[in-house]
Ligand binder design. Structure first.
Ligand code: ADP
Ligand code: MG
Length: 196
């Protein structure tokens, strides 16, 4: 399983998703963001950091998640050749949509299935508006998944743990994190459908 997380916009949740998916599916993260710091929280066992001037390791088999930086990275073309899915997270705000559209148009040429993640959502109207913006500007059928804005995902990010696992670790947490944990379970199910 090889999943690419891509958006030329920074701060949209790429590393958050890479972390959650890698912890859930027990995969390596290849960190392509020169400013990324995932190995600080997750450690070198999980995160393999590739500097900009370094060659990306060629992975034919084995499970890996590619966490890109917030820029147009030429390495996308090579990596896409063995990818099963490209996830484009974005925030449904005006200042994120233009770059997201540009990122999608770049990704589209790779012939890899694309799943949008509308991330850090504060209200349903933003989801509707941003999805119709993308549909209108591409004329494509697009698949998307919605993740709400929640402190819980920031908490587990600092801890370097999977939200699903974290929610199961005590009775109180189960109660507190039930909703977001359920959403993330649906999210991994959706991803599994792409991997079948
Ligand atoms: N659904 C969410 N709810 C709340 N905060 C979020 C959510 N997704 C991401 N964040 C926070 O937004 C910030 C940027 O996320 P990050 O994954 O680093 O983005 P990127 O890798 O695209 O630059 C981080 O502080 C992260 O904890
Ligand atoms: Mg990042």
């Amino acid at each position: 399983m090889q999943i690419i997380i891509y958006n030329q916009k920074g701060g949209v949740g790429k590393s958050m998703l890479a972390t959650q998916l890698a912890l859930y599916f027990d995969t390596t993260i290849i960190e392509l963001d020169p400013y990324g710091m995932l190995n600080d929280t997750l450690g070198d066992d999980i995160v393999y950091k590739v500097e900009l001037n370094e060659k990306v390791p060629e992975i034919k088999e084995g499970d890996v998640i590619y966490d890109f930086g917030g820029f147009d990275d030429l390495r996308l073309d090579e990596i896409s050749k063995s990818a099963d899915l490209i996830i484009i997270p974005f925030n449904p705000t005006i200042n994120s949509l233009g770059t997201t559209l540009k990122s999608y148009n770049r990704v589209k040429t790779q012939n890899v299935p694309v799943l949008f993640v509308v991330n850090a959502v504060l209200n349903d109207k933003d989801v509707e508006e941003s999805i119709s913006f993308i549909k209108e500007n591409t004329q494509d059928e697009i698949d998307f998944f919605v993740i709400p804005h929640t402190r819980a995902l920031q908490t587990v990010e600092n801890e370097g743990v999977s939200i699903i696992e974290f929610a199961n670790s005590s009775g109180l947490r189960k109660h507190t994190y039930r909703k977001i944990s359920g959403i993330m379970k649906d999210f991994v199910k959706k991803i599994e459908e792409y991997l079948e």
